[in-house]
Ligand binder design. Structure first.
Ligand code: NAD
Length: 256
């Protein structure tokens, strides 16, 4: 894309935001990249270029050897999430919601940065790392508590029953939470503009949300640094970074 194509795409996107009445955002790992949380798939600095997904993030791997996951949580995940602060893109979406110009954020992220930015209607399709749950007795713990426990027990066990602890994230091979999926589908089916931000749109249900929105006649804006399989379906494709693009879109929505 050259400069003038970028400018045209931005102008169209701003016009769509201005005229929309029911805007929904759909976000992926890319929106948090500028907050210092690596994405899964970007070639450089991504999690999967350093760790193998089938050894770390599948439910089978977790059930057969959770030590590997908890070590990763202790050395990488926890630190990255604790350090991260919402960036301009998260803040722009939160401001749009406060002004009544955004209905909800549907996210694949597990980092809690939308909530930290002030978004209230956040639908977490892949769960979150704030809560750690015992698979045996369902007792719940906060991630800070478990981080402390990891210093003397790896893998950590439930303090109540000794059961296996698992973060409330959806691992590969697990079902997505039905209630979150239902809410997301309802929003996608009723919005008149879906803004997809920072998702490669390759992991299910990432693909299902933009297509559902388009099927219901909504416009689709894709903000992603690299091409996605749905670019042809989109009304505007902004191949730029989320932190640069979302603030002007929020201004187009009337945020000052
Ligand atoms: P992905 O890694 O597949 O794709 C991220 C996309 O964001 C890439 O296409 C990349 O080009 C783009 N990108 C990178 N930096 C960007 C920026 N600054 N602005 C705009 N775009 C940018 O991410 P996905 O589609 O969310 O993949 C799904 C899985 O990744 C989910 O399961 C999610 O739970 C998990 N994940 C979450 C986090 C997090 O919570 N922050 C981090 C890593 C992975």
């Amino acid at each position: 894309m050259n400069q003038s194509e970028h400018a045209t795409a931005r102008q169209s996107a701003e016009e769509y935001v201005r005229s929309a009445r029911r805007i929904v955002a759909f976000t992926g790992a890319g929106i948090s990249a500028e907050s210092g949380i690596p994405t899964y798939r970007d070639a450089e600095n991504s999690l999967w270029s350093k760790y193998e997904p089938d050894k770390l993030a599948t439910i089978d791997a977790f059930m057969s050897n959770s030590t590997l996951y908890w070590r990763f949580f202790q050395d990488v995940r926890y630190q990255a999430i604790k350090r991260a602060r919402p960036n301009a893109a998260h803040l722009a979406l939160a401001a749009m919601e406060r002004a009544g110009r955004l209905q909800a954020v549907i996210t694949q992220n597990i980092d809690g940065l939308h909530q930290a930015a002030g978004s209230r209607e956040v639908i977490e399709l892949h769960g979150n790392t704030r809560t750690i749950r015992c698979l045996a007795c369902q007792a719940e713990y906060g991630m800070d508590e478990i981080f402390e426990q990891l210093k003397y027990e790896l893998p950590p066990a439930c303090l109540r029953c000794g059961g296996r602890l698992k973060p409330a994230v959806v691992f590969f091979g697990e079902e997505l939470p039905g209630d979150a999926m239902e809410r997301a589908a309802k929003l996608a089916n009723a919005c008149d503009l879906l803004i997809a931000v920072g998702s490669s749109l390759v992991v299910y249900p990432a693909a299902a949300i933009p297509t559902a929105a388009k099927r219901n006649g909504a416009r689709l804006i894709i903000v992603n640094r690299t091409a996605t399989p749905y670019d042809d379906l989109a009304d505007a494709v902004l191949r730029e970074s989320a932190g640069e693009v979302l603030p002007p879109l929020a201004r187009a929505a009337g945020i000052r």
